[in-house]
Design a protein. Structure first.
Length: 134
């Protein structure tokens, strides 16, 4: 059964700030553009991506089942964390945390749904796994 899910992806702002100090603002701008292009290429028609001021990418995946969502998010994490994308020194790395929430009728309005997706992202940030799906 096709369902909708949302995922919020966090490239830690602290990481970007540290990289900006070490590599410069232009490097970080290029890196965020590469991540944005990677996200766009990994998603299907009808999926939606939004980036807020805290460098959190929100993704709405339409007509997706849980298996497709997990496969897509695993691919995204592996590509963003791949040193070939970011050209970092060996000691530097990018860590990605993704919280995904399957859309259902338990949320009364879009505000509750947005709060719930950020709760799942917070769980991912503080847990050991790169991806948390609820």
């Amino acid at each position: 059964t096709p369902i909708k899910s949302s995922a919020a992806s966090d490239v830690y702002k602290r990481q970007l700030e540290n990289m900006e100090k070490q590599y410069g603002a232009q490097y970080c701008d290029i890196l965020v553009a590469k991540i944005s292009n990677l996200l766009s290429g990994a998603l299907s028609d009808g999926d939606f991506i939004y980036r807020n001021e805290d460098d959190i990418f929100a993704i709405l995946m339409t007509n997706s089942n849980k298996d497709r969502v997990l496969k897509t998010l695993d691919y995204i994490v592996s590509k963003i964390e791949d040193p070939a994308l970011n050209n970092l020194d060996k000691d530097d790395e990018i860590k990605v945390k993704i919280g995904a929430l399957m859309l259902d009728d338990s949320h009364k309005n879009h505000y509750e749904y947005i709060d719930a997706i950020y709760d799942v992202l917070d769980e991912a940030r503080h847990g050991g796994s790169a991806i948390v799906v609820r």
